[in-house]
Design a protein around this ligand. Structure first.
Ligand SMILES: Nc1ncnc2c1ncn2[C@@H]1O[C@H](COP(=O)(O)OP(=O)(O)O)[C@@H](O)[C@H]1O
Ligand SMILES: CC(=O)N[C@@H](CCC(=O)OP(=O)(O)O)C(=O)O
Length: 269
């Protein structure tokens, strides 16, 4: 029988504001034993801050950071260093056993360039996940905390968007996937007021991207969600990390944030 995994993607947008209860929810899920939590984190704002401090400009194409070797150094330092170990510490303070690794360790994530013409530089997309190592960690009561740096077979590093890394990992484990971000869900502004969509399907998402209602960092997130649902991921939602017990509500199947579906109907899981 297949194990039950939940991949929790923790966005850099919300990292600084995450309440204590967010980490407690993860430790609780792990202790209850029915689901194995796996954390994948971003850290876009920290990378941008460090690049600013070193005088290197960041440019984004459809939410993906154009990445030179110089940018890669900063990305790896920020993600596999400060961000990763910060989350490990927060989990440890609650008695959880977080093990922080990047996609480079144990060749967890193999990647190739997203854009073969080279316009995005060293931005990778995951071609293979070494899921055995995640299964071993989970079975030993460890919570994997993954920084989305990947490597190809020649040792070249890649900067992988954390939403895309989370979706590839969730696909390999046929997991549930929860994107923790800084918004109550995908919204549209109508007369200056934010209207949150509780559910969206692929067609609706395509229209919202064309209408530029969905933009920036939300583009890789929704594309990763759709990709995941097409490849064995059981359920995908975008949830505000500041929502008290938002993650537990997601696990209980409650309607929270924006639930993404391939078609109109919500499938029963
Ligand atoms: N339609 C939309 N609904 C909600 N957020 C959106 C939308 N379009 C763009 N965004 C932006 O996407 C951001 C979340 O993506 P991102 O900054 O990559 O966050 P994270 O670090 O959590 O992955 C929101 O803070 C918001 O600025
Ligand atoms: C290729 C690419 O864009 N990589 C991202 C990796 C970090 C990330 O995805 O962080 P968030 O989850 O906070 O957005 C970046 O360089 O910002």
């Amino acid at each position: 029988m297949e194990n039950n995994y939940v991949v929790i993607k923790c966005g850099g947008s919300v990292f600084e504001q995450l309440p204590h209860s967010f980490y407690q929810d993860i430790v609780t899920i792990q202790e209850q034993g029915e689901w194995y939590p796996i954390i994948v984190h971003g850290g876009g704002p920290l990378i941008s801050k460090l690049l600013d401090q070193t005088g290197v400009q960041s440019t984004f194409v459809d939410g993906l950071r154009v990445t030179t070797e110089e940018v890669l150094d900063v990305v790896e330092m920020a993600l596999s260093g400060a961000m990763n170990k910060g989350i490990v510490r927060n989990i440890a303070q609650l008695g959880g056993k977080g093990l922080g690794i990047s996609g480079v360790d144990t060749q967890l994530l193999t990647a190739e360039p997203v854009d073969p013409t080279g316009k995005l530089g060293y931005v990778g997309k995951v071609t293979e996940v070494n899921k055995d190592i995640l299964e071993q960690m989970a079975s030993q009561g460890l919570i994997p905390i993954i920084s989305p740096i990947a490597m190809d077979n020649y040792g070249q590093r890649y900067n992988v968007n954390a939403d895309m890394a989370a979706s590839s990992i969730a696909e390999s484990l046929h997991a549930k996937l929860c994107f923790i971000s800084d918004i109550d869900g995908i919204y549209e502004e109508v007369n200056g007021e934010k209207h949150v969509f509780h559910q969206l399907n692929e067609q609706e998402i395509t229209t919202l991207i064309e209408r530029k209602v969905i933009s920036g960092g939300m583009i890789p997130k929704v594309n990763a969600a759709i990709q995941a649902l097409k490849h064995h991921v059981r359920e995908v939602s975008i949830v505000n990390g500041m929502e008290q017990n938002g993650l537990l509500q997601f696990m209980q199947g409650k309607m929270i944030g924006t639930r993404i579906n391939l078609d109109k109907e919500v499938k029963s899981i």
